[in-house]
Design a protein around this ligand. Structure first.
Ligand SMILES: [Zn+2]
Ligand SMILES: [Zn+2]
Length: 127
């Protein structure tokens, strides 16, 4: 298993209506009880992540496909270490959020091009 010091979240922004991605660093989030990921373009909260203290995160997504809020339970080690985690919308049964390695997440969200727009931008540095 590959250990990263970052993880990338890919999702469809509810407001923009296109695929977005954020890369977050483990050092910014470890120890935090709650943190959120906002669309890098419009700034609305896309995902909020709560550490339940039981070894897993409660990952709440504002789904850009159906407009609902979906809550997933993702083990912390999975969140930071697994190459790709695909989370499915209960309405549409397709992947609506991908968590993991940047390149792999991009592959997943680029497959949404037929469903939604696709605009990654070019300034997502990984430090
Ligand atoms: Zn947006
Ligand atoms: Zn949904």
């Amino acid at each position: 298993m590959k250990v990263r010091n970052y993880t990338t979240l890919g999702y469809s922004c509810l407001l923009c209506g296109v695929a977005r991605e954020n890369t977050i660093k483990v050092f910014d989030c470890s120890g935090a009880a709650e943190f959120s990921v906002c669309c890098p373009v419009c700034g609305i909260e896309a995902v909020s992540i709560t550490n339940r203290g039981s070894g897993s995160y409660e990952v709440a997504l504002n789904c850009g496909f159906c407009g609902e809020n979906h809550v997933y339970d993702v083990p912390i080690h999975t969140f930071w270490e697994t190459e790709i985690v695909e989370l499915t919308c209960p309405e549409h049964m397709n992947t609506v959020m991908a968590i993991g390695d940047t390149d792999t997440v991009r592959e997943v969200i680029s497959s949404w091009q037929d469903i939604i727009g696709f605009d990654l931008g070019d300034d997502f540095p990984i430090n």
